[in-house]
Design a protein around this ligand. Structure first.
Ligand SMILES: Cc1cc2nc3c(=O)[nH]c(=O)nc-3n(C[C@H](O)[C@H](O)[C@H](O)COP(=O)(O)OP(=O)(O)OC[C@H]3O[C@@H](n4cnc5c(N)ncnc54)[C@H](O)[C@@H]3O)c2cc1C
Length: 248
């Protein structure tokens, strides 16, 4: 990405093509290449690694796990580790194993070695009932390692003509169930702002970014440390103590 002046940017793609744009929108996620044009912020490791697995046709092929997860979501939480599983269409069980681990832990793993990764993650849940450990060991897909990174809370930048990031590129936070919604809303609101300011892209971007900053701040305030307390030292009691999450 290269600023050409007057709000224009050049984007060079790895396969050799180049485009010059009057408006460059960074919808390119956590490791955005567009964001550095506006901000020096770099995502930092949050201290939790998530490992994603899927069990297909669970009612027939994995009945004990299907019964344990039930019709909705399962949270099995302990200090430093937890299993978050939920049921999706077609009898799929989708699981995130959560592990509080230093950066060295996942840096030392070969994420492409599915069998070794499965064994390593399952070991963290040694002694847990088999219908829960099967959510890891019986996965129908290779486990996917997802270390969680975040941008600083309240991430902001000064307006730079002709470029704007949105979604995770703008406000990457620990998963709280809203990231995808927020990214899609950012895109829709940006479109609306451009339509409301014909011929004045800068006015549209300025209005859009202020509204996006406010939406992201509201989400940060609302998640209330949800992701951290799930597997803190007092788990599962910390989450149970937050009646707003548990409907108590
Ligand atoms: C473990 C985990 C669980 C989550 N659970 C939920 C949930 O339950 N609900 C929810 O709402 N959110 C959830 N999220 C968050 C959600 O996934 C993100 O907030 C959302 O995907 C952000 O969308 P985005 O379009 O901004 O970025 P992304 O979805 O990351 O999309 C960016 C796209 O840009 C592409 N890209 C990046 N760089 C380049 C490049 N240089 N050239 C070309 N393409 C590029 C990427 O390949 C990618 O396709 C979860 C996240 C994690 C890690």
């Amino acid at each position: 990405m290269r600023a050409l002046g007057n709000g224009r940017h050049q984007v060079d793609f790895a396969h050799g093509t180049t485009v010059v744009a009057d408006l460059l929108i960074g919808a390119d996620g956590a490791w955005s290449r567009v964001r550095p044009l506006l901000s020096e912020a770099v995502p930092e490791y949050f201290g939790v690694c998530s490992v994603e697995t899927f069990l297909f046709d669970a009612g027939t092929r994995h009945p004990a796990s299907a019964e344990a997860v039930g019709a909705g979501s399962l949270f099995a939480l302990a200090p430093g580790r937890g299993l978050l599983a939920h049921r999706e269409g077609g009898g799929t069980l989708h699981t995130y194993a959560q592990l509080k681990k230093p950066r060295d832990w996942f840096a030392g793993l070969d994420a492409t070695d599915a069998a070794a990764l499965t064994v390593r993650v399952a070991k963290e849940f040694d002694g847990w009932v088999p219908e829960l450990t099967a959510l890891i060991t019986d996965s129908d897909t290779p486990p996917v390692l997802r270390p969680i990174f975040t941008l600083p809370a309240g991430h902001r930048w000064d307006r730079i003509p002709g470029v704007t990031p949105l979604g995770d590129a703008a406000h990457l936070r620990a998963p709280n169930g809203e990231g995808a919604n927020l990214a899609m809303q950012d895109g829709a609101e940006l479109g609306r702002a451009l339509a409301a300011h014909p011929g004045d892209t800068e006015a549209a971007l300025a209005a859009h970014e202020q509204a996006m900053f406010a939406r992201a701040a509201a989400m940060e305030a609302d998640d209330d440390g949800f992701y951290t307390i799930m597997i803190d030292d007092n788990a599962p009691h910390s989450l149970l103590g937050r009646s707003r999450f548990c409907g108590a």
